[in-house]
Design a protein around this ligand. Structure first.
Ligand SMILES: *Cc1c(COP(=O)(O)O)cnc(C)c1O
Length: 393
């Protein structure tokens, strides 16, 4: 898995690798090139005919991107994987590869807002209907599935963090011959391995934990050779949302520390969530790790969760008083972040609704980063105290 030449029958075609190896570099080189030249007419012809697989043009195949894909496939326990320029590119390419006009998709409620918007705009115009069911209600899922072309899951869901029994839901779809796709960005393959639970395609916003350093926007889909092959054959080259070699290189860097980072996010976020739950200013904490036992399929929890303030707390005052926690979208990096629900609900992008996303106006989404639990809790506690005092004035 560490030797990029394992993936190509003729390593000599990729000169940059050999050079990199000549330096005994511990980090693989970036094959930052748009095209690859051929040694002869016959070699070019063999490649065009498909008799020989080798990089020709980076939109189709690039060794650095391929290395990331192979690493991710191994992590997810999948036969293959395919990298994209963003998580949304991964979602749109995966979904569009398996539907056509007139089809129906069943999705769980409270999916990532831009996935919801993709379904409600582009797919809607293509006459592809998406219906939403509560993923915690297996009967409702079973009832909705017959006749569907795809089952789209995210667990835990965005913002409200509803965790589903991924294996049980995937089995319901499988029994009806319906492929299941899951967005596994939240748990990462460290804490949830959907392929082993019967899911067909697993996708990630690699911009989050896989990258882990808030310096790359990327996505990836993992699954069987057949299903990934279908995405690779059409949506990938023709929609063209190709992961760049440099971003793939950053992701390879990120994957090396993924298990260690995930354990640190888990420990810190769980502790902060427990303290928030005990805090008198807080009405509710949405974190799957607070249940008596972890939801089926999850083997751990990450750094992202949300909570709802009790009525009368000044959310603006809380947000502006924080020092370590920054106001910022996204998550999955080293830094701690908050997003106030009431701000998201005023976003202009359409469709936009508290109901679709489950966002309570008094809620705050937290990403607990790697700064250290006590420092982060001190920051939150001081800001909550200030926000509570504001109300008393
Ligand atoms: C961020 C995110 C996405 C979209 O990924 P991008 O890399 O921003 O395109 C998809 N799903 C979830 C759960 C996300 O948090």
């Amino acid at each position: 898995m560490n030797d990029i030449r394992d993936f190509f029958d003729e390593a000599s075609l990729i000169a940059a690798h050999d050079e990199g190896n000549a330096f005994d570099a511990v980090v693989p080189p970036i094959v930052q090139t748009s095209l690859f030249t051929f040694g002869s007419y016959d070699e070019m012809l063999a490649t065009y005919r498909g008799d020989k697989v080798r990089p020709t043009y980076t939109r189709g195949l690039n060794p650095t991107v391929r290395m990331f894909e192979e690493m991710l496939a191994k992590l997810e326990g999948a036969e293959d994987a395919i990298g994209f320029a963003s998580g949304m590119s991964a979602i749109s390419s995966a979904v569009l590869s398996f539907v056509e006009p007139g089809d129906r998709i069943v999705a769980v409620k409270h999916v990532y807002p831009d996935a919801f918007r993709l379904f409600g705009t582009v797919l809607k115009r293509m006459r592809i209907e998406v219906i939403y069911v509560d993923g915690r209600d297996e009967e409702a899922v079973a009832k909705a599935l017959p006749g569907a072309k795809l089952f789209y899951m995210e667990s835990p869901t965005s913002w409200v963090m509803e965790a589903h029994d991924v294996g049980a839901l995937a089995a319901l779809a499988k029994a009806r011959g319906i492929p299941t796709i899951i967005d596994n960005s939240w748990a990462s393959p460290i804490f949830q391995r959907p392929i082993s639970l019967g899911v067909d395609l697993v996708l990630h916003s690699a911009s989050k934990y896989l990258g882990g350093h808030s310096d790359v926007v990327a996505g990836v889909v993992a699954g069987s050779k057949e299903m990934i092959g279908r995405i690779r054959g059409e949506a990938y080259p023709y929609l063209g949302g190709k992961l760049s070699p440099f971003d793939a290189w950053l992701l390879i860097r990120g994957l090396r520390t993924l298990p260690v980072r995930m354990r640190a996010h888990q420990a810190s976020a769980l502790e902060v969530a427990r303290r928030l739950q005990d805090h008198p200013a807080v009405e509710k904490v949405c974190h799957p790790g607070l249940a008596n036992r972890l939801p089926a399929g999850l083997t751990g929890t990450s750094g992202l969760f949300s909570f709802i303030f009790r009525d009368g707390i000044d959310v603006r005052g809380f947000a502006d008083r924080l020092k370590l926690f920054k106001l910022g979208v996204s998550w999955g990096g080293h830094e701690s972040l908050i997003v106030p629900g009431e701000v998201v609900l005023q976003q202009k992008a359409q469709p936009n609704s508290a109901m679709a996303f489950g966002i309570h106006p008094r809620s705050v989404r937290l990403h607990v980063g790697l700064e250290g639990t006590e420092a982060l809790w001190g920051d939150l506690e001081a800001a909550i105290a200030a926000a509570s005092a504001n109300e008393d004035n």
